[in-house]
Design a protein around this ligand. Structure first.
Ligand code: MN
Length: 229
């Protein structure tokens, strides 16, 4: 069998302390998953159905990758997020243990958002895709295997913009815990090896412009930085 056009190599991110890379299959994200961030966006943090959206696999920028400022926005926002990497396929009816067992590791990332476009979409009841799913919109560090970092339930998550503190939160403040998110997502889209899940952002989101550096971390897991061009 041959393909009529060249097949693009899969997007991938490095796996820390190994020579391997993690091939990315799909990128899932959750909105409104830290109550202080829901409040800062003018929402009500009572627990409702988790709000998932998707970015293309090739929107992921790994460590050291270029992050061009995207077109069609005057208000590009950063959102630091813990990233969960799925290492094996999961059956749609899998229970908690099987789902957690499918987690290969964790990274730290940024969900870049055209906030002006998203605000307009919300106002008009339109989909979020164009505000969330553009090229280079999903920054992701190297992945750290669960075998070495465990399955984090607490720990600081943060973002500095040009060395100024901007976002500070704790993984324990998630509205939906990581296992709860994975169960909910698995019932909609059975998880596959290669999937990433961006787990939502704490408060303090704000704009980033060309030439500025985002430094992000999750304590005990990963730290990474990108500069916009
Ligand atoms: Mn987000």
């Amino acid at each position: 069998m041959t393909y009529i056009i060249p097949v693009a190599p899969p997007a991938s991110v490095p796996v820390a302390d190994t020579d391997s890379r993690f091939p990315i299959r799909r990128v899932f994200c959750i909105g409104k998953n830290y109550s202080d961030h829901v409040r800062e966006m003018g929402g009500d943090p009572t627990r409702e159905e988790p709000l998932f959206f998707i970015k293309p696999a090739d929107s992921v920028v790994g460590p050291g990758g270029a992050v061009p400022y995207p077109p069609h926005t005057e208000n590009l926002h950063f959102e630091v997020e813990l990233v969960v990497a799925i290492g094996r396929d999961v059956d749609v009816n899998a229970g908690l243990e099987r789902v957690v067992d499918a987690v290969l590791g964790y990274g730290i990332g940024v969900d870049l958002t055209r906030r002006d476009m998203q605000s307009e979409a919300k106002k008009r009841g339109r989909p979020w895709d164009m505000s969330k799913s553009f090229d280079a919109s999903a920054l992701c560090s190297s992945l750290h295997l669960a075998d070495s970092v465990g399955h984090p339930e607490r720990g600081e998550i943060g973002l500095d913009l040009d060395s100024e503190p901007r976002q500070r939160g704790d993984i324990s403040q998630m509205v939906w815990s990581i296992p709860e998110m994975l169960i909910a997502l698995n019932s909609l889209f059975p998880l596959k090896a290669g999937d990433l899940l961006y787990t939502g952002t704490p408060s303090g989101v704000g704009p980033v412009t060309r030439g500025q550096t985002l430094e992000v971390w999750a304590d005990g897991i990963a730290r990474e930085a990108w500069t916009l061009s």
